[in-house]
Design a protein around this ligand. Structure first.
Ligand code: NAI
Length: 462
């Protein structure tokens, strides 16, 4: 008799959600976690703490730039960095404790320690071997190393160290204009750090709609971030008082250097697969080092499943959560399903950036006939009232059927607005369906409706 029906390895958003769903479906479940708190990267050193710092630094920005306009004549607040980090840590604590509570409520055993799989049906934690009919690997990801650059998490940091700096640096070089680099870069820029982003490609946020990329970069520049584009970072020298970052311009083939107090390396993440015993078990990996699964998250070894950042697909907490729920359902004999065509992506800067479905560039490459409905937040009364008129909603729909194919937003609450479009896409809706849906006034979401109207006879307020 196995001790458990399911043992989940890892308690990040993929793992803890999988564990809860397994328990809800009547399966005896345990979750292995070696950190001192549950929640994985996302809750401890990722999504949640970065959102706390984004919120705090945005409030500072509002006080500095918009309070006086609204007749709020208080002096702009001074930053107490230790207190701000305390607020961030409290936020983490509330969330990780919340998962602990949910584990107790659902009678999920937390096996404390780092787990490995000595054989199918077994999970070793410390010296103890537990048995399980099914194992779900949700081991997540870690920052990928950049050759020639040594991370000390003090002066040369990944996102983990960037959330815990001793003091607000005077200057920072961010390597990589992806999600992490831009979110954390904008935190420090708002707190007064001189931030220079060095990006290998010619556009920021690879894979995003090109119009959004351009608008986003313009807005970030306005907020004080500097950009060096088309440049490959070669090395970081920490022997001096400041860190010296050396990079090569890809087009001109010239080498340059720049000094900064802190260097943030944000050049992507890689799946965590070491230490699990996968090689000995014969679990197949992809050529990019991800655990290979079928469409129902089964690895090639019976009884072993994998989800989240450790497998293929975008490294997003919500994608991992969906896979966690679906894998639990498959194990319970139900029909777990994830629609990979409708997974939103959000960047939590100010303004927020959000997208779902196809970009215009992808539709062009596919040779697909499409139409664009675009609406500027300048035409949205609510956005103007809160200094958020810069930005737009861009909806892409099939030219003939009017079916929504994608949406790209930059503007206020974009990360929330995107979900009405996700729901519409899940239901196979047309742009007209959205346009005919009454939207409350005055809300930011009216801009979504206006973009949908722009796919037809035209938006009203543009
Ligand atoms: P990323 O893959 O989004 O961006 C990395 C950037 O670094 C790319 O633009 C790349 O061209 C550039 N780069 C690589 N090597 C370079 C070099 N030597 N010199 C200059 N530039 C170089 O990776 P990032 O931002 O580290 O994020 C990792 C993962 O975490 C992503 O999959 C992201 O989706 C996820 N994430 C998502 C968040 C969200 O949804 N809000 C927040 C944070 C992370």
């Amino acid at each position: 008799m196995a001790n458990y029906d399911v043992i989940v390895i890892g308690s990040g958003p993929g793992g803890y959600v999988a564990a809860i769903r397994c328990a809800q479906l009547g399966l005896k479940t345990a979750c292995v976690e070696g950190r001192e708190t549950l929640g994985g990267t996302c809750l401890n050193v990722g999504c949640i703490p970065s959102k706390a710092l984004l919120h705090a630094s945005h409030q500072l920005h509002e006080a500095q730039h918009n309070f006086a306009t609204m007749g709020l004549m208080a002096e702009a607040p001074k930053v107490d960095w230790a207190k701000m980090l305390g607020y961030k840590n409290d936020t983490i604590g509330q969330n990780t404790k919340g998962i602990e509570f949910l584990f107790k409520k659902n009678k999920i055993d937390w096996l404390k320690g780092w787990g490995s799989i000595p054989a199918a049906g077994q999970v070793k934690v410390g010296d103890e071997v537990h048995t399980a009919k099914n194992v779900i690997i949700a081991s997540g990801s870690e920052p990928s190393a950049l050759p020639g650059i040594e991370i000390d998490e003090k002066r040369v940091v990944t996102s983990t160290g960037a959330l815990e700096l001793d003091k607000i640096p005077g200057s920072m070089v961010v390597i990589g204009a992806g999600v992490i680099g831009l979110e954390l870069g904008s935190v420090y820029a708002r707190l007064g750090t001189k931030v220079q982003v060095i990006e290998f490609l010619d556009a920021i946020t690879p894979g995003m709609d090109a119009e959004v990329q351009k608008t986003f970069q313009r807005m970030l520049k306005k907020q004080g971030l500097g950009f060096t584009m088309g440049a490959a970072v070669q090395s970081v020298d920490t022997s001096g008082e400041q860190c010296t970052v050396t990079y090569t311009s890809r087009k001109k083939d010239t080498t340059h250097s720049i000094d900064a107090d802190v260097v943030l390396v944000a050049t992507g993440r890689r799946p965590v697969t070491d230490g699990l015993g996968l090689e000995a078990l014969g679990v197949e990996l992809t050529d990019r080092g991800q655990i290979k699964t079928d469409r129902q998250w089964r690895t090639n070894i019976p009884g072993i499943y994998a989800i989240g950042d450790a497998i293929e697909g975008p490294m997003l907490a919500h994608k991992a959560e969906d896979e966690g729920m679906a894998a639990a359902e498959v194990i319970a004999g139900k029909h777990g399903h994830v629609n990979y065509d409708v997974i939103p992506g959000v960047i939590y800067t100010h303004p927020e950036v959000a997208s779902v479905g196809k970009t215009e560039q992808e539709l062009k490459a596919e040779g697909r006939a499409y139409k664009i409905g675009k609406f500027s937040f300048m035409g949205n009364g609510r956005a103007k009232a809160v200094f958020a008129g810069d930005g737009f909603v861009k909806l892409l729909a099939d030219k003939d059927s009017d079916r929504i194919l994608g949406a790209h937003l930059i503007g206020p609450a974009a990360g929330d607005l995107i979900h009405e479009i996700c729901v519409a896409m899940e239901f196979g809706a047309s742009a007209e369906d959205l346009a005919l849906t009454c939207h409350a006034h005055p809300t930011f979401s009216e801009a979504v409706r206006e973009a949908a109207l722009a796919c037809g006879d035209g938006a009203i307020h543009s």
